[in-house]
Design a protein around this ligand. Structure first.
Ligand SMILES: *Cc1c(COP(=O)(O)O)cnc(C)c1O
Length: 466
């Protein structure tokens, strides 16, 4: 290229020019001076390398500056969109582990807002003295489960770690081979046992474990019998295991304790919601379990928390252990948990979004889907092809793996965009929409989309263009 002239190095916009540009002024306040300068320096360096390699031949200094400013704007926007963001969950998976499991009720959200400043975390307004942390949540756990006492830690994994460490560190814990499960990738029963320092003694087989198997494993070093709810895993067919009451009699006759890690942990009968084999915490306590742990953000529909209920003397031991200090829940979690447990106590499950979503019939979802499609078709911007097809939602979060509520899905297609492309565009918008793909279509399940989010969903769908 004989006549081309590269811009001189002097024409490369300086860091200072970039961050003083009109576009940068407002972004600088959001991103912060230091970060802004670092990003601008990176862009100025990029431009210098590009100029030196001849990429910008015949370009005016103004164009070079404009390109730098545009890159700065994009880099700042990427930076600002990092971290936790609200998304619209159109997957139909109610307790979606990657999307934050249980969406909180309005009451729980208000409770978090109220507790986010100063609050009575460990303060008793009556006496004006130090009060008991988590007192109200523990009281509610007792009322809801019939146990003598309750305790709240960070999550169910920490609950299991605390229980095993305090009750069985110096000895053996007996567990059925059918219950050595992995839940959600990182929680593996044998690993938690090893971390707690108890020695795991496996009994029985994958599909059948008898009372005799447990009995034969008991010796002078045994401290605990553990029962684990298999959660997202089911053994069906030729199976057997002693019920909790039988296991509890065996443990108590031998002077041992029985611990149940119940996982999802239902507080009330959920058969109306199609959930038939989730252990009821009240029943586990009544059957003689000395201590039971379960999650706050699975079928409880509350914040991430590990809930422990059981005999008073055992809960006191757990509370006094230094590990409890490391694993205890914070004020925001406790605030949301109190509100959620109060809702359970009132029997107002429909106020908890996870249950409201579960309760939607396929017909009701189909009606919403039809109305949404009509609104979309009424907007000239909308370019996608839509169909309503039958399908299934899921509970997720390791709960109710056999429960697949029937649903109506909006299937989206476009002749010039692949399903992957549409799906990627959906999650790259200002309000990201997370959806599934099947058979070449993007699928929107309104079961997990709150009706109040539909207007936003319509805006996002309207913005999808080839
Ligand atoms: C989900 C689950 C856990 C882990 O609970 P987190 O609250 O995710 O820590 C532990 N045990 C069982 C049986 C579970 O189902």
């Amino acid at each position: 290229m004989p006549n081309s002239t590269a811009p001189s190095l002097r024409d490369i916009p300086s860091v200072d020019r970039l961050i003083r540009s009109q576009d940068a002024v407002q972004l600088r306040r959001l991103v912060g001076d230091e970060r802004m300068t670092a990003i601008a320096r990176e862009i100025a360096n990029q431009l210098r390398m590009e100029v030196q390699s001849g990429q910008w031949a015949d370009t005016s200094p103004e164009t070079l500056l404009a390109s730098g400013v545009e890159r700065l704007r994009q880099a700042c926007e990427t930076e600002l969109s990092r971290g936790l963001r609200r998304v619209i969950n159109a997957t139909g998976v109610i307790l979606h582990t990657n999307l934050g499991r249980a969406p909180l009720s309005e009451g729980a959200q208000t409770a978090i807002a109220n507790a986010s400043g100063y609050c009575t975390l460990e303060y008793d307004l009556n006496s004006g003295q130090r009060g008991k942390r988590a007192g109200r949540a523990e009281e509610l756990l007792v009322q809801l489960t019939g146990a003598e006492a309750g305790l709240v830690v960070n999550n169910c994994a920490s609950a299991a770690l605390l229980v095993l460490s305090v009750l069985a560190r110096d000895g053996e814990t007996i567990v059925s081979r059918g219950e050595l499960v992995e839940i959600g990738g990182d929680f593996r029963v044998p690993d938690v046992m090893a971390n707690s320092g108890t020695r795991m003694v496996e009994v029985g087989t994958t599909n059948r474990t008898r009372l005799e198997d447990y009995r034969r494993a008991i010796n002078a070093s045994t401290r605990l019998i553990m029962r684990v709810h298999p959660s997202n895993y089911r053994i069906v067919g030729f199976t057997a295991s002693p019920d909790l009451a039988t296991l509890s009699s065996l443990a108590h006759e031998a002077g041992l304790l029985l611990y149940e890690d119940a996982g999802s942990g239902a507080l009330s009968n959920l058969t109306d919601y199609g959930l038939k084999d989730e252990p009821l915490i009240r029943e586990s306590i009544a059957a003689g379990a000395d201590v039971v742990s379960f999650s706050g953000d699975k079928l409880l529909g509350g914040p991430q928390a590990g809930l422990i209920v059981g005999r008073g003397e055992i809960v006191t031991r757990l509370r006094k252990h230094s590990l409890y200090r490391a694993l205890r829940a914070d004020k925001l979690c406790l605030a949301a948990l109190e509100a959620t447990l109060e809702t359970h106590l009132r029997g107002a499950l429909q106020e908890i979004p996870a249950f409201a979503m579960l309760a939607f019939s396929a017909e009701a979802i189909e009606q919403r889907a039809q109305a949404l499609i009509q609104q979309l078709k009424a907007t000239p911007d909308f370019v996608l092809e839509t169909n309503i097809i039958g399908g299934e939602s899921a509970i997720g979060g390791g709960s109710g793996p056999n429960v697949h509520p029937a649903t109506a899905l909006i299937a989206l297609k476009h002749e010039r965009m692949s399903a992957d492309e549409i799906e990627r565009k959906l999650r790259s918008t200002h309000t990201p929409v997370v959806a599934r793909i099947a058979d070449g279509s993007v699928l929107i399940d309104l079961r997990t989309v709150d009706p109040s989010e539909e207007a936003e969903l319509i805006n996002v769908l309207n913005s999808i263009k080839p």
